[in-house]
Design a protein around this ligand. Structure first.
Ligand SMILES: [Zn+2]
Length: 191
C-alpha cells in the first residue's frame, strides 16, 4: 500500500457529476476534498483521496443511495472512456468480432490500463466465460467493513465497456469484496 500511488481523475470527476449539487458538497467536504468541486483535478490524483471519497460517500448517504450514485459514476466513467479514450477505429471492428474474442481483447486492454484506476492495487484477469477480474488491495474499499460488496463503481465501469463493445446484455457484478473479508475484490462479467 504505497502512499504515493496515483489514480486517474475519473474516480473524482465522475463521482462529483453523479453526486450533483445535492450531495456533492457534503461528500467532498467529509472526505476533506471540497477544493476539488471548485477546481476539479486535471491529472492523476493520490489514491488515498479516492479511498477517502468513496468512504465518505458510504458514510454520508444511505446504503442504497450510495450504491446508486457509485453505479452512476461508473456508468459515466465507462461512457467517458468510450467517448474520449477508446478510438472509434478500435471500437468499430471490436463490435464485429465474435463476442468471446472481443471479450478477451477488452479484458486485455483493461488489464493493460489497470494502473490508471487501481493505484497500488494488483489487477489480474481470468479469461474464461464468465470472465473474472481480480483486484487485490482495491483502493475503493480499503479499510471498509461491509456485509456486502461495495465496489460498485468498478463493476459499473466494466459493465458499460462490455455492453458497448462485447454484448449489449453483458452484466458485471462484484462477487467477492475485501470489505466483506475476501482476499481480493473479484468482478464477474457475464455476456
Ligand atoms: Zn470490493
Amino acid at each position: 500500500m504505497s502512499e504515493g500511488a496515483r489514480i486517474g481523475p475519473n474516480a473524482v470527476l465522475q463521482l462529483a457529476a453523479a453526486l450533483g449539487p445535492a450531495h456533492g458538497p457534503v461528500v467532498f467536504e467529509r472526505a476533506g476534498l471540497a477544493a476539488y468541486l471548485a477546481a476539479p483535478p486535471a491529472g492523476m490524483v493520490n489514491e488515498a483521496e479516492v479511498t477517502a471519497l468513496f468512504q465518505a460517500l458510504r458514510d454520508t448517504l444511505p446504503a442504497e443511495e450510495a450504491t446508486r450514485i457509485a453505479r452512476e459514476a461508473g456508468w459515466r466513467t465507462g461512457r467517458y472512456l468510450l467517448a474520449s479514450r477508446i478510438p472509434p477505429i478500435v471500437q468499430t471492428p471490436m463490435r464485429l468480432l465474435p463476442r468471446h474474442i472481443a471479450a478477451r481483447l477488452l479484458a486485455r486492454a483493461i488489464a493493460r490500463h489497470a494502473w490508471t484506476f487501481c493505484g497500488s492495487g494488483r489487477f489480474s484477469a481470468t479469461h474464461a466465460r464468465p470472465l473474472h477480474f481480480r483486484l487485490a488491495g482495491c483502493p475503493l474499499c480499503r479499510g471498509e467493513r461491509s456485509a456486502t460488496p461495495v465496489c460498485t463503481f468498478y463493476a459499473a465501469t466494466f459493465e458499460t465497456l462490455f455492453r458497448s463493445l462485447v454484448d449489449p446484455a453483458a452484466l458485471a457484478r462484484e462477487i467477492a469484496c475485501q470489505a466483506a473479508g475476501a482476499p481480493a475484490c473479484v468482478f464477474e462479467i457475464a455476456w
